[in-house]
Design a protein around this ligand. Structure first.
Ligand SMILES: [Zn+2]
Length: 146
């Protein structure tokens, strides 16, 4: 089965760079899948949400942010799965783990060997494990850890 019916969702890359008194150009970035094409306002809201979260976390850890150098988003197109920190997620629904794994196989096959695509170790198929935690159920998404 090729899972050609799998929907491709809009995916954006978010990038943050800041200065602390004790460290310049600290940063973080991640990719996020949206159920629908987000508006510019929704993308800006995401930037503000994460900036606020970072400000709080940096104060709590005793390394407050002194200056924002970058808070940006860029569209990386549409795809069936979205990369996380050693996992991938999708809003696509599957009848079974076997169907989820088949969909992920198609995604990895498409990206494997492309030096621009970081698969976070997803090339190691023996690591794949479909997540069944409460968070996945509540958020109505499917995650494969690897
Ligand atoms: Zn989960």
């Amino acid at each position: 089965m090729k899972n050609l019916a799998d929907k491709k969702y809009p995916i954006y890359h978010f990038d943050f760079v800041w200065d602390q008194d004790d460290f310049k150009n600290n940063g973080t970035g991640y990719e996020k899948m949206f159920k629908e094409q987000p508006t510019e306002q929704e993308l800006k809201d995401e930037l503000e949400r994460v900036k606020a979260q970072k400000v709080k976390k940096q104060i709590e850890s005793g390394h407050p942010i002194s200056k924002w150098n970058k808070a940006e988003y860029v569209s990386i197109g549409y795809d069936t799965w979205c990369s996380g920190w050693f996992d991938h997620m999708t809003y696509n629904k599957f009848e079974s783990d076997i169907d989820a794994l088949a969909s992920f196989e198609e995604y990895v096959n498409r990206h494997e060997g492309n030096s621009n695509d970081c698969l976070m170790g997803a090339e190691d198929r023996w690591r794949w494990a479909v997540c069944h935690c409460d968070g996945c159920k509540q958020n109505n998404w499917t995650i494969i850890n690897h």
